[in-house]
Write a new protein. Structure first.
Length: 272
């Protein structure tokens, strides 16, 4: 089991930030803005899925998972709240979140399904956030030209995503979930997640007036497919989920532990 600590990030998100907050780069800002737009709805779904999955366990297993589930819920609730604050600034900048209402409508289709399906969907999404998080922590210097509080926000979020990456996966197995449905949902979520990310990023760039600038496309090519490109470096870890014997803890989380240890002055522990 994983000991999950709930942390309060010590940054001020009341003050507005630049439209191109990510180092002055329109594409990178639009991409991360798109991801942030998905978090409040997505993380509420993850919270509900894990809570309901936990309730469906036999009593003995409920006790075993109780502390980890509480930590998972606490961390995700904190992420949801702080990204809601971040997203308010995006709205004031004239960006429109089309991802969230589309996701709400899609999630209604899952009503009434066996809770294992919800947990499998959560585990698939958590794999995406975990490999993205590790990539960000490994390439943290790419955020060096960003405002310090926003760099802290994204690296803190990344560290905690890496920390709780196995919770939904282990819960799915404890519920008797099989590999067939785990992989079916992973393949579906891959298409949905990538499609929604692309769609919202393009929408952000269009409203920003930077969609058809050469600098935008050059940045996208470099950031996604360059020597340290996001897609280039995460494809291998993404593919590992398809192995029959895969477990999230097979992928190293040392960067998460290091960041949390080296940046204790940037957060406080809730309840400490």
């Amino acid at each position: 089991m994983t000991d999950l600590v709930v942390r309060r990030l010590l940054i001020d998100l009341q003050a507005p930030f630049d439209r191109h907050w990510c180092g002055g780069d329109a594409f990178r800002s639009a991409l991360f803005n798109a991801l942030s737009m998905s978090f409040p709805v997505g993380e509420q779904f993850f919270i509900d899925s894990v809570r309901n999955g936990h309730k469906a366990l036999p009593a003995a297993l409920q006790e075993k998972f109780k502390a980890e589930v509480q930590g998972f819920v606490g961390q995700e609730a904190t992420h949801r709240r702080i990204h809601a604050l971040f997203n308010e600034h995006l709205e004031h900048q004239g960006l429109v979140n089309d991802w969230a209402p589309r996701a709400r409508q899609r999630l209604k289709l899952l009503d009434g399904l066996d809770p294992r399906h919800h947990v499998a969907i959560t585990a698939a999404n958590e794999h995406f956030t975990a490999i993205l998080a590790d990539w960000m922590l490994r390439n943290h210097d790419l955020l060096d030209s960003s405002e310090e509080r926003l760099k802290t926000l994204w690296l803190w979020h990344s560290a905690e995503e890496s920390e709780h990456k196995s919770t939904a996966f282990d819960l799915y197995l404890a519920l008797g979930g099989n590999s067939e449905w785990r992989l079916k949902w992973f393949n579906r979520i891959t298409l949905v997640f990538l499609g929604d990310t692309l769609r919202q990023t393009v929408n952000n760039l269009r409203r920003d007036g930077t969609l058809w600038r050469w600098s935008t496309w050059r940045s996208a090519a470099s950031y996604l497919f360059g020597r340290r490109g996001l897609i280039r470096e995460t494809f291998g870890p993404w593919r590992e989920y398809k192995r029959a014997d895969f477990h999230p803890n097979q992928q190293d989380s040392q960067r998460s532990r290091d960041w949390l240890a080296d940046n204790r002055n940037r957060y406080s522990v809730v309840g400490a």
